[in-house]
Design a protein around this ligand. Structure first.
Ligand code: PAF
Length: 282
C-alpha cells in the first residue's frame, strides 16, 4: 500500500490508475481513528474499484469550532493504515495541514442554506470546513466514486448539493450506519465516553428505533414522531439534547409528515461528547 503526503502524488497515482480513459479510483475521505464503520466504507469502495481505493486521513482543522476537539481528536496513523490495507485500500493520502491549506489560503466553499441546518446550526462554520476540504480532496484525487457514511446524513446532503452545483465528476456513494450490538452508532468520538456515558449514549439509538417502530406501525406525523423521540430523552436527563429533526434529506428543511426518504436525525451531548444518529424513513 502506498502512502502519499502531497496532492501531486495522489493526483499522479490516480491518473495512472485510470487507464485509457477508463474507470478511475474510489476515494474514502476520513479523519482517521478508523472503526468498523470506516471499514465498511473501504470494503464497499474496494468492491466497486478493486485495487484502486484511496483512503484519506486528515483531521481537518477548518471543520472544528474554536472550543471543539480538534487537538484531542484521536490520531492513530499506524493502526489506521493497517485497518485500511486489511479492508482493501491500495493508497493512503495523509497530507499535512500546510499541504491542504497553503499559507494565506483564502478559498472556501459555502453551501448556502444547507450549511446552517442541523449540525451546521449548532456548529457554525462546520459544514464550510467540510465542504472545503472535501472539494480539495475530490480535485486532488479525481475519483469516480467517493464513499461517505449515512451517520453523517446532514454532511451527505451538503456534499451532494456541492457536487451537483460544481458539476464535480465524482459520484457520492452513501453506506449504511454501522452499530454496536446494543445499537450505538459507531463514531470515533465514542472513545471519549466513560463507561457511564456509554450507557447513557444509548438514548440516541433508542430514539431512532422508537421513531422507526412508530413509522412501521403507520404513524407519519412529524409532531408525533418528534414528541415520541423527545420522550425517550426525558428518561435520560444526563444527556442534553441538541436537536431532534424530521427533514427532507435533500434540503434539510423540516417536513410536516414523514414520507419515503425523509431524514429523522438527532444530536445530543453526552457529558462533553456530542453524538449524532439518524434513520432514513423507508
Ligand atoms: O466525515 C468525516 O470524517 C469528515 O467530515 C470528512 C468527510 C472526512 C471531511 O473531513
Amino acid at each position: 500500500m502506498e502512502i502519499f503526503r502531497t496532492v501531486e502524488q495522489l493526483r499522479q497515482w490516480s491518473r495512472a490508475q485510470r487507464c485509457d480513459g477508463g474507470e478511475g479510483i474510489a476515494l474514502v475521505p476520513t479523519m482517521g481513528a478508523l472503526h468498523a464503520g470506516h471499514a465498511s466504507l473501504i470494503r464497499a469502495a474496494a468492491e466497486a474499484r478493486p485495487g484502486r481505493v484511496a483512503v484519506s486521513i486528515f483531521v481537518n482543522p477548518t471543520q472544528f469550532g474554536p472550543n471543539e476537539d480538534f487537538s484531542k481528536y484521536p490520531r492513530m496513523f499506524n493502526a489506521d493504515c493497517a485497518l485500511a490495507e486489511r479492508e482493501g485500500a491500495t493508497a493512503i493520502f495523509a497530507p499535512s495541514v500546510e499541504e491542504m491549506y497553503p499559507a494565506g489560503a483564502a478559498t472556501f466553499v459555502d453551501v448556502d442554506g444547507l450549511s446552517d441546518r442541523l449540525d451546521g446550526k449548532s456548529r457554525p462554520g462546520h459544514f464550510r470546513g467540510v465542504a472545503t476540504v472535501v472539494v480539495k480532496l475530490l480535485i486532488a484525487g479525481e475519483p469516480d466514486l467517493a464513499f461517505f457514511g449515512q451517520k453523517d446524513a446532514a454532511q451527505v446532503a451538503v456534499l451532494r448539493r456541492m457536487v451537483e452545483d460544481l458539476r464535480l465528476g465524482a459520484k457520492i456513494v452513501v453506506c449504511p450506519i454501522v452499530r454496536e450490538a446494543d445499537g450505538l452508532a459507531l463514531s470515533s468520538r465514542n472513545t471519549y465516553l466513560s463507561a457511564e456515558e456509554r450507557k447513557q449514549a444509548l438514548v440516541l439509538s433508542k430514539a431512532v428505533r422508537r421513531v422507526e417502530e412508530l413509522v412501521a406501525s403507520g404513524e407519519r406525523e412529524s409532531a408525533v414522531l418528534m414528541e415520541a423521540a423527545r420522550g425517550m430523552f426525558g428518561a435520560e436527563p444526563a444527556v442534553r439534547m441538541d436537536y431532534i429533526e424530521l427533514v427532507d434529506w435533500e434540503t434539510l428543511l423540516p417536513v410536516l409528515s414523514a414520507t419515503h426518504g425523509t431524514l429523522f436525525a438527532v444530536a445530543a451531548w453526552v457529558g462533553k461528547t456530542r453524538l449524532i444518529d439518524n434513520t432514513i424513513i423507508g
